[in-house]
Design a protein around this ligand. Structure first.
Ligand SMILES: CC(C)(COP(=O)(O)OP(=O)(O)OC[C@H]1O[C@@H](n2cnc3c(N)ncnc32)[C@H](O)[C@@H]1OP(=O)(O)O)[C@@H](O)C(=O)NCCC(=O)NCCS
Length: 174
């Protein structure tokens, strides 16, 4: 059983090493989430420090999933720092479930928790982009997200191959 929490910057700092491991294991497992191989833990650690600073200034909402032993099992972020004419919109970033914890519904639970958090903050629209043909793309479609379109060669897999990216959105009930 997992529990999902929206964490403060201070709480996130307590889990910095586990979050670093989560990111490294996802990228080394082939996830197209913004990083290339080889991927050094130090790079991931520094990146998480930046995320935590963004949480501190309320530019990002960070949700962490913990397993029954309190270990980090996954995370997702809502970017809240769009331009001032888009304050009704959040961008979902870096949905990650640790490879050992997948296919138990945790990815869906993280997305549902992020949606609830977005509604609590008064957001009415969420957007995201994801690699075509990956588990994430199936997940978003299953959870009722609308596909706006596909952009070829938008990003790369960690090994350097290009990947097409699907842009999704979801309108939230008031
Ligand atoms: C995308 C990702 C977050 C999905 O996480 P997950 O926890 O495995 O997601 P879910 O368990 O909700 O769903 C995954 C699959 O497991 C299946 N599943 C869910 N619960 C299940 C259960 N109890 N028993 C068996 N299968 C189950 C789902 O039907 C789904 O099947 P599908 O891929 O064939 O459509 C995960 O693969 C990941 O972290 N990937 C790397 C990072 C990444 O690419 N993120 C997306 C960036 S946009």
């Amino acid at each position: 059983m997992h529990r999902i929490e929206t964490v403060s910057a201070k709480q996130a700092s307590l889990h910095l090493d586990s979050l670093t491991r989560l990111l490294v294991d996802c990228v080394e497992g082939g996830a197209s989430i913004g990083f290339m191989l080889p991927f050094e833990p130090g790079t991931a650690w520094t990146w998480w420090r930046g995320v935590i600073a963004a949480v501190e200034r309320d530019a990002v909402a960070l949700l962490i999933a913990f397993d029954e032993k309190g270990r980090v099992a996954g995370s997702v972020q809502i970017a809240l720092d769009g331009p001032c004419n888009q304050r009704h919109r959040g961008d979902i970033k870096k949905l990650m479930v640790h490879p050992t914890q997948r296919e138990q519904g945790l990815g869906a639970a993280l997305m549902q928790a992020a949606e609830t958090r977005a509604q609590e903050r008064g957001l009415s629209l969420l957007t995201l982009d994801t690699a075509v043909g990956d588990a994430g793309e199936r997940l978003y479609a299953r959870l009722g997200w609308q596909r706006a379109g596909i952009i070829p060669r938008y990003a790369q897999w960690p090994d350097g191959r290009f990947c097409a990216t699907a842009i999704f959105y979801k309108e939230l009930a008031a």
